[in-house]
Design a protein. Sequence first.
Length: 561
Amino acid sequence: MTRLDIKSWDFDQWIAGWRGPALAALVALVAGLPSLMLLPPLDRDESRFAEATAQMLESRDFVDIRFQEEPRYKKPVGIYWMQAAAVAVTSNAAERDIRPYRLPSLFGAMIAAAAVVWAGAALFGRRAGFLAGAILGATFLLSSEAGIAKTDAMLCASVTLAMAALSRIYMACRAGEAPDRRHKFLFWLGLGVSILVKGPIGLLVVGLAVIALTVWDRDARWLKKLGWGWGLPLTLLIVGPWAIAITIATDGDFWREAVGHDLGGKITGAQESHGGLPGMYVLLSPLLLFPVTLLLPAAVSTAWSRRNDPAVRFAVCWLVPGWLMFELAPTKLWHYTLPTFGAIALLAAAALAQPIGRLSRVIGAGLGLFAAVVISAIAIYGLTEFGSSTAQTWAAMTVVLALAAGAIGGFLLLNKAPLGAVAYALGLGVLAHACLAGEIRQLRPLSIAPRLERALQDAGIDPRQGRVAGPVAITTFHEPSFVFLQGRDTQLTDAEGAARALSEGRPAIVEARDADAFRHAAARWGVAGRATGVVTGHNYSSGDDVSLTVYAPPSPVRAAR
């Protein structure tokens, strides 16, 4: 046995059985953990999800979703339940620590990476499967979503699990074998969870893939073997009880808002100014797939040249119809295409099984370096606009590691060492992403809500300290991150409301643009608050610079214990 053979045998042993999925999940864990640990509560979606979950735990109402008193009827309840379970096990709602709320997203990224390994082993072999899982787990988009308390990483997990199970069923049918009943169970389980997490999006991705495969093969017989007789009831069992409960609890308002307004608005127009022309996701893909951007041309080439291979065909049918759906939809957000990333990872890994052509190597090296430059530019921009001396080291490390990932990966790819290129790009790219998270944490002007909370605590006027009555009243800066940190009763108000809060012995926070109106209102109420600090920063959600003055009530009223 040659030296190369020994190494190959050792590698195969390392990824055999459960080890391959576990190692890919570990890659996703390492890639996503820095964002989970380092980033402050983000505006606006993350903090809305987290606050709604916290209110579920506080009220013990796990059916009706609310942000303060406002109904939150945009997404089903799945992610809220998962976040509530994570918080109940590791923390509590009163702590207002964002990290436990992010655990389901991190777990989702790990499931997605492991599921791709499982699918790849059936489609392209054990090695390609492991490489596909590691590639997916390290991508810039999935590792970012893994550290944010939203739906998207878990949606990716459920869709990827469903598609991985479907790949096993499809390949068994192609081989004339009876599909494993466990694979059918996982298919319907993944589909049901995807609906409970984000409504019909997962169903559309999976459904379009099934239709494309059936049309391409001109054979629908394999669909009979999906286990419809018990699979559909299983999906209904996952989704149905809550669907009935929320219909009764809201008299159908949930469905009118979620389907008629939220989903309908995204289909018919660019909802909340989140628009973009078809092709936007293609332009974003080099950045979102970094550090494995260098394999994009090879993946596309493999998809075309090997399109008659059933395994490649499956990946193409997973990717292309779903991607086109997102491209054609008027509403566009950078994370929407994530449920299709498993297919890209599979095609990229399949490309490594054969020599990569010169044109694909040249373009891939160029795209990888381009993505590294873009990430470096983001780091430099953040440091220049919002950074301080503490952010300089993180920014420098981000730039060095990102450029190294692009340059070394590209150099090895050009010199016909694609496996080495992927290994170096993945390792350096994951480190660059971690350093970028560290830099963002140090961009103090962007962390307005945590600094306001600290200012209240330093002055001894945070209602949770028990020295003054609550809730805090705040003008203009009505962002969910502050509500999450301060709690459900936080008063989002105007100058008049802030003056009234002071008269009632409650703290108030007044934005500079409301200062004159606040002074007049305070005079009418006959109250003069004591300024205890000023927090300045940049509200990235609105694009405005803000200056917020924290006022202590003139005669603090001790909160009831």
